[in-house]
Design a protein around this ligand. Structure first.
Ligand code: FMN
Length: 499
């Protein structure tokens, strides 16, 4: 028998703490008992009591979350959305000036490099989204170091090499790809674009770039796989759930749907404190403070922490055999940060690691991946182990010269996170396609100028990495940089909107 549709009025009657219903994607849910369990605090849900919560909910919650956390008996059924009165949004001057900035943003052709996307994204993204994407842990020292570490490596280019034809293609975990970079896993794609991660999938597909699908995507895993074209390669990033049955289900489903690698994130037994994210979320909740009891707001959480309570902090080396027993996909440890752990991974028969500090979002003052790489590869070569494991790195890669440096030092490939998120947030799919093209063009030019026709011709003899040990970029002693040199120019907005 078909269930009777609920009306907006039915839902609106349940707008209090004793009976709290909300609408999500045209369906009603009873969240009364769940209010106190919500990782982001009860207020975040309660402000939608009796109303449609879809707009606030969607970008920051993975789609399966309701099925996992809310008992079936609380799924109340469909709502006739024509009977739900749209909420009148109060005038928001900040949103008004953001809209002006969007209308006058630089054209895509005015973006010449990945930094340009970041500068535009900062101006056009919603604060909460910018806060989540751009934040790093604590004082954001590692975040900055990730980028500046590449400036401490200088090239030793080879000349008079015939570089008329340059081949940028390579393979990663046995899969062919057009370039040695991949889209790394970044959660909550819908904060940047209403379509979410599928935008990255389509752009990656057009360029023959591998995509790592995050556990905490805004689109469902299947939507992201469905968006791939032909034999486009995807990997799965896994946050290991305390409930191993859930983990097993996710892994085996991904393998069944053709994923070619399982990247287990090992640098996040607890999510780092990203204070910018926490502050934006807290300020966003400030208006609720007036309406509700301020003590009910969970002040310790940003978006990141609020969605990650399921991650198992007890995950350890002893779990590796378990993962090997549930999948045939190559298992990769993402977030390794020292030579000793790379050696241990080899002992455990792990075929690849990603040296990474999670984009500076976890342990602040953890070293950059490129610095660890410079330590790891000579040690592997010394022990004759360099062919036993593929080493990937991510964090702070913004130029193709960064990628070339990483490959020279022995990386098999390089993950890129924020730049593609920023390109997507500012310009959608076209933005990501353009960003990838810019990187490809830079890569080809960099290869020519360094004197290499293919990626296997890149080696440590082409770089001087002695400066990597210096962990601070020295402050200039003269005033040339502040008083004389021109600042790098950013792509211009058409109208001088309030920034
Ligand atoms: C917004 C954002 C979300 C992220 N989400 C995840 C995640 O869900 N799982 C994960 O293993 N790493 C995650 N990362 C880390 C990235 O996979 C990668 O290590 C990092 O972004 C690389 O640094 P980059 O952004 O400077 O390129 C995230 C990074 C960002 C910026």
């Amino acid at each position: 028998m078909q269930q009777k549709m609920l009306t907006g009025k039915d839902v609106a009657e349940h707008n209090n703490k004793d009976s709290c219903w909300i609408i999500l994607h045209g369906k009603a849910y009873d969240v009364t008992e769940f209010l106190s369990k919500h990782p982001g605090g009860p207020t975040a849900i309660f402000k939608y009591a009796g109303k449609d919560a879809t707009e606030g909910f969607e970008p920051i919650h993975p789609p399966e979350i309701l099925d996992e956390h809310l008992d079936r008996s609380k799924h109340l059924g469909k709502v006739d959305m024509s009977t739900v009165t749209a909420e009148e949004k109060p005038f928001d001057p900040e949103e008004e000036s953001r809209q002006q900035r969007i209308a006058s943003k630089p054209s895509l052709a005015q973006c010449f490099n990945l930094h340009d996307f970041e500068s535009v994204a900062k101006q056009v993204m919603k604060k909460i989204a910018w806060g989540y994407y751009s934040s790093g842990a604590d004082d954001e020292i590692t975040l900055r170091e990730n980028h500046s570490a590449y400036h401490k490596i200088w090239f030793r280019p080879r000349v008079l090499v015939d570089v008329e034809e340059v081949n940028s293609s390579t393979s990663m975990l046995g899969s062919k790809c057009s370039v040695p970079f991949y889209v790394t896993a970044t959660a909550l794609g819908k904060l940047g674009d209403p379509e979410g991660e599928v935008v990255l999938t389509r752009a990656a597909g057009r360029h023959g770039v591998i995509q790592m699908i995050p556990t905490l995507s805004s689109c469902s895993f299947d939507e992201i796989v469905d968006a791939k074209k032909g034999d486009q390669v995807q990997w799965l990033q896994l946050y290991v759930n305390k409930d191993r049955e859930i983990t097993k289900r996710i892994v085996q489903h991904a393998e069944g749907r053709g994923c070619k690698g399982l990247f287990i994130t090992v640098d996040a037994p607890q999510l780092g404190r990203r204070e910018k994210d926490i502050r934006t979320k807290f300020n966003g909740a400030a208006s609720d403070v007036q309406k509700n009891n301020p003590d009910t707001i969970n002040r310790s959480q940003g978006v990141a922490r609020a969605i990650s309570g399921f991650i198992d902090p007890s995950l350890s080396w002893k779990d590796i055999p378990y993962f090997k027993s549930i999948t045939k996909m190559p298992i990769v440890l993402k977030g390794v940060q020292r030579v000793e752990d790379v050696l241990k991974a080899i002992e455990y028969g792990i075929p690849a690691v990603v040296l990474s500090n999670h984009g500076g979002r976890q342990l602040d003052t953890a070293p950059s991946a490129i610095e660890i790489l410079a330590e790891v590869m000579p040690e592997l070569r010394r022990r004759n182990l360099h062919d036993r494991i593929e080493v990937y790195i991510d964090g702070g890669v913004r130029r193709a010269t960064d990628i070339i440096k990483a490959l020279c030092l022995g990386a098999k490939g390089v993950g890129i996170g924020r730049p593609f998120l920023y390109a997507m947030s500012a310009y959608g799919e076209q933005g990501v396609v353009h960003a990838m093209q810019l990187l490809k063009d830079e890569f080809e030019m960099g290869m020519r100028l360094v004197g290499a026709k293919s990626v296997d011709e890149l080696g440590p003899e082409l770089v001087d990495a002695r400066g990597l040990g210096a962990h601070t970029v020295p402050t200039p002693v003269d005033s040339l940089s502040s008083d004389v040199y021109d600042r790098l120019v950013l792509p211009p907005f058409a109208v001088k909107a309030k920034l």
